[in-house]
Design a binder for this molecule. Structure first.
Ligand SMILES: [Zn+2]
Length: 137
């Protein structure tokens, strides 16, 4: 036997306005999207994503699995980001092949190639039919 210590409300008393319900549902869906993004994301720092989920901004932590993978490239975060930014702006101008990019960047070739390879692996850039790379948005 169950004993209810409070008066039980009838179902019709538990009414949520449609507007309110939609608002809650929308907020929930945005959070859900962010969680799915976290689970699927392979190239954003975990802690950046988690803090973004709570509405805060932060720098890459340098120690999560994503950051460690970048660290293994043997590039400092500074070098990696610098090369990445240069590649991004060069590819925003026009599609270029890897050789062209290496020539245009004032950085050691092997470092540029490492970043290009990382970007390819993470589908940030993709080759066109004529082997020129384009930035995937
Ligand atoms: Zn990290």
């Amino acid at each position: 036997m169950a004993i209810f210590t409070e008066e039980r409300l009838e179902r019709k008393a538990l009414w949520i306005s449609p507007d309110n319900y939609l608002h809650v549902k929308e907020k929930y869906e945005i959070r859900l999207d962010k969680m799915i993004f976290y689970a699927e994301s392979e190239n954003r720092c975990r802690s950046v994503i988690i803090l973004d989920y709570f509405g805060e901004e932060s720098d890459r932590c340098g120690i999560c699995d994503v950051c460690r993978e970048r660290n293994e490239l043997d590039l400092s975060k500074y070098e990696f980001d610098l090369i990445l930014d240069c590649l991004k702006s060069l590819l925003a101008e026009e599609n270029r092949d890897a050789e062209e990019l290496v020539k245009l960047l004032d950085c050691p070739e092997e470092k540029v190639i490492k970043v290009i390879r990382w970007l390819l692996d993470h589908k940030k850039i993709q080759p066109d039919s004529d082997h020129k790379l384009h930035w995937c948005t």
